[in-house]
Each structure stands twice: as C-alpha cells, then as structure tokens.
Design a protein around this ligand. Structure first.
Ligand code: ADP
Ligand code: MG
Length: 391
C-alpha cells in the first residue's frame, strides 16, 4: 500500500521545511506547495488525506484556495486544516471554518497537538480507503452473483424444457414412424392401381386422381420435416449423447464442411485455421452437431459473397473452437435472446430457432462455454470453450 499523501501549503520556504521536519516520522508522504495555485494543481492530480494550509499568502490566500477546493467535486473531500499567524480571535477561527476548513490552528503551533491531529486524519483516510475497497469488492461479488443467477435460470429453463421436449419427441416419434411407413404403403399400392385405372379415368375423376398424387407427395415432405424436427428435438433434450471419447477436431470440422458443402455454392469461402493439437475428449457426435449448427447459421447470415472461418486453439486447460463469418451480424437487442429455444429471425419453414439452444446445451454437457461477439468490422464470431486436459 502507498503511504497516504499530505499536502503542505505555505509561501515561506522556511515554514515548509519546519513543517516537514515536524511530521517527518509520521507514516505519510509529504507533498509541498509554495502557492495557492500550485496547491490547487496538485489537488486535482491525486487524492490527499489532508491539506495543511497557510492563510496569508500573496496572490491567492488560504481562504480562496479552500473555496476553490470546495467548489470542485474531485477535491471537495480533502480535509483542510488552516495554520494561521493571525490573531487567535473567534472571528478569525470562524472565518476559517466558513471557507470550508475542518480545523484552524493559530501560530505558534504546538507540535504535539499538530502531530496528533494529523494522525487522526491519516487514520480517517485509511479507514475511508478500506471502506471504498470493501465496497468495490462487494460490487464485484454482486455482479458475479447476478451473472451466476442469470446462468442458473438459463440452465434451469433448459433442463425443464429438455424434459418436456424429450417427452413430446418420444410421443410424436411412434405415431410418426407408422404414419411414414403407411404413407409409403399407400403410395406403392396407389402406383399399382394408377397403372391400371388412370388410362380409363373419366374427365371428372382425372383431376381428383392427379390431386391425390400431388397431395401424397406433399404429405411425404411434410412428414419428413416433422421427422427431422423430432431428431433435432431429441438431440436438444440430450437423449442421444452417444459415446464419449477422443475425437479429431479437424475430422469433425471437415465432415461438417462436407455435409454443408452444397449450401456454400460458389459464393462462400471456408477458411480453416486449426491448431496442431487436434484430439480432444468429448462426445464426438454432439460436438459435430454443435459445430454444424454454428456453421449453418454463418451460411444463413451471408448474403452474396462471404467467408466463414473455422478455427481451433488449444490453451493450457481450455480448448477453443471458433466459427466466424462475414455475415450480417446480430443486432444488440437480439444478442441476449439467440440462445433461447425457438428464437429465430428466419422465415417460417427455414428456421426452427433450435440450433443455438442445442449447441448451448451440448456445450453445457461438456462443462464448457458458448460466447458470441460481433467484431467492429462486422459479422459474427461464436466461440465454444471446452475444458481440456493439458497441452
Ligand atoms: N452467425 C450468425 N449471424 C447472424 N445471426 C445469427 C448467427 N447465428 C445465429 N444468429 C441469429 O440467431 C437466431 C437463432 O439461431 P438458431 O438458434 O440457430 O435458430 P435458426 O437458425 O433456426 O433461426 C437466428 O435466427 C439468427 O437471427
Ligand atoms: Mg440455426
């Protein structure tokens, strides 16, 4: 800890030297000023525990210095002790208190009294510092607590939603399976009948016949979409965690790029910047899915030409995987909501709003973190941070 600074102000150098000698062995730093203006300049630079202020000085006298110090929020807190050679009258004392001093001492100064007064102010100052430190620590704790609370609420929400979703996915899955299989049977049977009856269809039945065929096709694609959704819901609710083990991040990233390759067209370039430390302990199936969701979002966010950069970086006990794109970025207002299940800004049919919440729950299952930031040059960067044992 630095020593508390005390400002000594007097226009007579001999007085300053005398004061300095008097206070030399106290646990404080003595700072000297030979005029009112010099004193004010120093007061503005740093906090002081106390100012010992001579009253009669040329140019700016002590009262004026005190008034200026009182006017400024940064210097108002510094206690002022007047040392004056004026007559020790009540009038003169009151004038000192009136211009903002906490104490007035008349010369000749009793050294014992002055020293004990200065000690009181030093003590006061260090108590004030302690309170300020404690306050800062408290504020920090409060902030941490609030962040933890937000996280807890988020994971509680995710957990109960996960159970609900798992239940729904399970309930939908059985009827869906036989509906899909029956649809297939109907289609095949219809093909058989179609060959025989269509050539003989009348003008009135033919349109119905064709409608049946086209509606069957739509039923099929609708049900397939439901099936895909159920698959995603199951992943989200962590039913299908799969095996845990060592996986190559490069292999994982490359398979994601291959699977999504057809959506890159000629317009999106993918750049890989992968750490040579490549094997990590994880649920490979889930990690695949987590990265896939991020890359899919990046592709969605790029209109026209653009770049998706996928990187990995091993640190001592963390492993980071980043997916950054040159896309539209995420408006500030949406940034707190993107991890919520079903939050999407995409048109009905193309976005489910589950991608990031799935990624979030996968990352959580690994005991990791998922962070979003939008760099000033535009685009979005998502960072998965996983616990990692040793580089
Ligand atoms: N890389 C990105 N760039 C811009 N917006 C993004 C990006 N990733 C996610 N978002 C925003 O977050 C929302 C939620 O993403 P997600 O959970 O994957 O659901 P979905 O992609 O189905 O909308 C998206 O609709 C989009 O608004
Ligand atoms: Mg998505």
């Amino acid at each position: 800890m630095t020593k508390p600074p005390v400002l000594l102000v007097d226009d007579v150098p001999a007085n300053l030297v005398a004061l300095q000698a008097l206070l030399a062995d106290l646990d404080c730093e003595l700072v000297l000023a030979r005029s009112g203006t010099a004193a004010l300049r120093m007061l503005l630079k740093r906090p002081f525990a106390l100012m010992l202020l001579d009253v009669q000085m040329p140019e700016m006298d002590g009262h004026e210095v005190a008034r200026h110090a009182q006017d400024h929020p940064g210097t108002r807190e510094v206690p002022i002790l007047f040392l004056t050679a004026m007559n020790p009258t009540q009038d003169n004392a009151l004038k000192g208190y009136g211009s903002g001093a906490v104490d007035v001492m008349f010369k000749p100064i009793d050294s014992t009294i002055l020293r004990s007064k200065v000690r009181v102010f030093l003590e006061l100052y260090s108590r004030k510092q302690q309170i300020a430190d404690a306050n800062r620590a408290l504020e920090r704790t409060l902030e941490e607590l609030q962040a933890t609370q937000v996280q807890l609420v988020q994971s509680a929400k995710m957990a109960s939603l996960g159970e609900l979703v798992a239940g729904i996915a399970h309930e939908i899955n059985n009827p869906l399976a036989f509906t899909l299989s029956h649809l297939d049977t109907v289609r095949r049977s219809l093909d058989v009948i179609d060959a025989e009856l269509r050539p003989n269809a009348s003008e009135t039945t033919r349109p119905h016949w064709e409608k049946i065929a086209s509606r069957l096709g739509e039923l099929g694609s609708g049900l397939t979409r439901i099936r895909d959704l159920v698959v995603r819901l199951r992943t989200f609710s962590r039913i299908d965690a799969g095996e845990r083990g060592l996986a190559s991040v490069r292999a994982c990233v490359e398979s994601v790029v291959t699977i999504l390759g057809h959506r890159l067209e000629d317009r999106i370039k993918v750049e890989l910047e992968l750490d040579e430390t490549d094997l990590i302990d994880c649920y490979p199936g889930l990690l695949n899915q987590a990265i896939m969701n991020l890359v899919a979002n990046s592709i969605d966010a790029i209109e026209g030409q653009g770049v998706v950069k996928i990187g990995s970086r091993a640190e001592r006990d963390r492993y980071f995987i980043t997916v950054a794109d040159s896309g539209a970025g995420i408006p500030l207002a949406a940034r707190t909501r993107i991890f919520e299940p079903f939050f999407t800004t995409k048109p009905v049919g193309s976005g489910t709003g589950l991608g990031l919440s799935i990624t979030y729950s996968i990352v959580q299952k690994h005991g990791g973190t998922l962070d979003v930031d939008c760099p000033p040059e535009g685009g979005t960067r998502m960072t998965i941070g996983l616990p990692f044992l040793g580089r």
